[in-house]
Design a protein around this ligand. Sequence first.
Ligand SMILES: Cc1cc2nc3c(=O)[nH]c(=O)nc-3n(C[C@H](O)[C@H](O)[C@H](O)COP(=O)(O)OP(=O)(O)OC[C@H]3O[C@@H](n4cnc5c(N)ncnc54)[C@H](O)[C@@H]3O)c2cc1C
Length: 804
Amino acid sequence: MKTHARAVVIGGGVVGCSVLYHLTKYGWNDVLLIERSELTSGSTWHAAGGFHTLNSDPNLARLQGYTIGLYQELEEISGQACGLHHVGGITIATDPDRMDFLKAEYAKHRYMGLESDLVSPEEIGKLSPVTNIEGIIGGLYNPLDGHLDPSGTTHAYAKAAKVGGAQISLRNRVLELNALADGSWDVVTEQGTVRTENVVNAGGLWAREVGHMAGVYLPLLAMEHQYLVTEDIAEVKALDKELPHVLDPAGESYFRQEGNGLVLGIYEQDCDPWSVDSTPWDFGHELLPDNLDRIAEPLEHAFHRYPCLAEAGIKRVINGPFTFAPDGNPLIGPVPGRPGFWSACAVMAGFSQGGGVGKTLAEWMIEGEPTSDVFAMDVARFGDYATPDFTKSRVVENYQRRFAISFPNEELPAGRPLVTTPVYDTWKAQNAVFGVGYGLEHVNYFAASPDEAYETPSFRRSNAFATIGRECRAVRHDVGINEIHNFGKYIVSGPRAEDWLNGIMANRMPKVGRIILTPMLNPRGRLIGDLTVARISDDKFQITGSSVAQGYHMRWFQQHLPDSGVTVENVSLTRIGFQIAGPKARELLSRVTGGDVSNGAVKFLSVTEMDVQGCPATVNRLSYTGDLGYEIYVDAARQMDLYNALTTAGQDLELRPFGMRAMMSLRLEKSFGSWLREFRPDYTAAETGLDFFIDFDKGDFIGRRAALAERDNPPDRHLATMVVDADDADVWGDEPIWKDGRVVGFVTSGGYAHYVEKSVAIGFLPVPMIAEGAEFEIEILGRMRPARLIGEPLFDPEGTRMRG
Ligand SMILES: Cc1cc2nc3c(=O)[nH]c(=O)nc-3n(C[C@H](O)[C@H](O)[C@H](O)COP(=O)(O)OP(=O)(O)OC[C@H]3O[C@@H](n4cnc5c(N)ncnc54)[C@H](O)[C@@H]3O)c2cc1C
């Protein structure tokens, strides 16, 4: 084994081999994969080998499409067959909600360029004659779905990597990982030590153990999973072509042909995590004992759906473990706080996602950034809150919900409440309905009574609709109070803080007492943050951004920090408080501060340190509601003092609490974008309008060259706001926008703007089509809805309310 490599990949499952192949594909040849046993010795060897493109996140669906398209290339390079069966697949719907979901997916595929099709029960019967179509109301057919040989495919990746110069060391367990002072790593193995600049953890079933070697806990856990393979079946033997896959969510099963028999796999409710504390190193090529009792009920369902199964002999039952992250998506990327240590773990669908994961990680390692937004897979999307107990409860929930519909307004209960702020119980007593972000509970809205404190998951307007409307009107008519803890908040301080911030943000840092909005760009000019920077003193800045991006942003800050002169502290949980917004907000602030808070004294986009009835507070004069508003931050221990002061003083001002749902509705009336919807690393500043906040004259900053190029050569598409003629369903995001019978754009987000009583969609359109009054159609749950482009915000277009 060599003693130095540019990158060492730990683990020879499908994921490790894919990473190795992609590193060579993109130009790194001095790379080494180390495998404890033989290739495929983790979960890979016993996989059912199915692959599919369906994923409600379009970027993950694209990466799955990439994976599937790659197999032919692999076969050609390696000369190794992957055993491909491109038979297509159908997801069936037996209830209207599922049909709505499939229609929404189908619509999304139109702008993604995927060739799926909605099919009737009769068409399903023709495509899959062994399927009993009773109770089926429709389905979504995808011609790209199919299955392959897991071992052949893994070896094809490995051979293709070797063609590119990679080396593989088998029967050689990695025992230790030692970080060195110069940023490199010593990988200590049974066969000696390798020094490297990059360690990739593709340890699959042992990824937690490999993480521990580098001093980190990775939130993942293995679940047992069973599928069975039947003996030959006469009806299958008689078919003149191979059956497509059938996914029956109501039966929690997937189904396909194998030779002249069938394969049925089940994601059962009565499921079991495997090796909760640690994975034994001697676990090898053995299976777990069958447990057919656990799947008795879904089996009954399958016998009804596929009657020929009931009579078939079972050739073998496979019960094997494979790993999941708390939300079921992979954990990819640079591990925060461990330079040179990369994660390629928790890939629960290695044959749908392995290629995309390998591509993404190799791009990240070689180019410094992946070419598309992979936040949904980024290892930094979880923070310290993701403890082993949290992971276990979420992984079990996720396994049970493998085939459940993900409703856009749904808040899942497992492992909650986990992190709360002092005001939590007070809000709860007011019938707050909570959501969660980065482990922290936040109020979505306040129900009228305890019995109604539950939002019905739906693609359509939910039972919370009227309540959210009341909260919006309370803000616009009087004054609302809302917790602002679910921003990511950072204090940047030190003598070099200003210079450093000017170098990583695109806008110029403000003068003391002022606030700016700024995009943060990567070198390719893509948006990696839309942040608010308040300058509290010469060398102290408070930055606020998206709460869910805390780990992501902190990793970026730490990667770019100079050796001295600047410190960055994540104060998201220690500096919390409230926003007050609405026409009476100034009156309320003046009552609790006793000072001059007139527009002359506390200007729009200013930051002031104030005393709020004994609480030292930082007050930002701005509000995401687009109204007159203030964000008041105090130490967490004083949050209730601040709350009591505000609510007591606000009683006769009709002060009302409002939640995140109302806030998101109010921001639509101002066409304000939001992180991961309008602003994400797939888009540039000029495409989204955030270039308005770039200061090109201040000197160099990350992304300047790309942003300048874009200024000289403006992009073809831009965000625009439309008013939609909707009925009981508004857009959520990812719906296609049509004009003259062709898809011309897509929705980034939207919903009902309660105060102005209009359904709103924000989305990307070709620049030549953006004109006030231009007519489009947006496909919502299978129906084309007329949409008209608006040229200015629906509420207070002059901004007199927020500035006045
Ligand atoms: C019953 C079953 C059915 C499945 N069906 C499908 C399916 O139809 N389609 C699909 O896409 N997915 C399926 N999967 C999931 C699929 O198996 C996984 O997504 C995939 O195997 C993950 O691959 P991996 O490389 O991440 O992990 P693994 O396959 O677990 O590989 C990790 C490798 O790392 C090695 N390793 C770990 N630690 C060390 C160390 N310290 N030193 C050296 N080597 C080390 C291990 O020996 C192992 O070979 C199924 C899984 C199961 C259990």
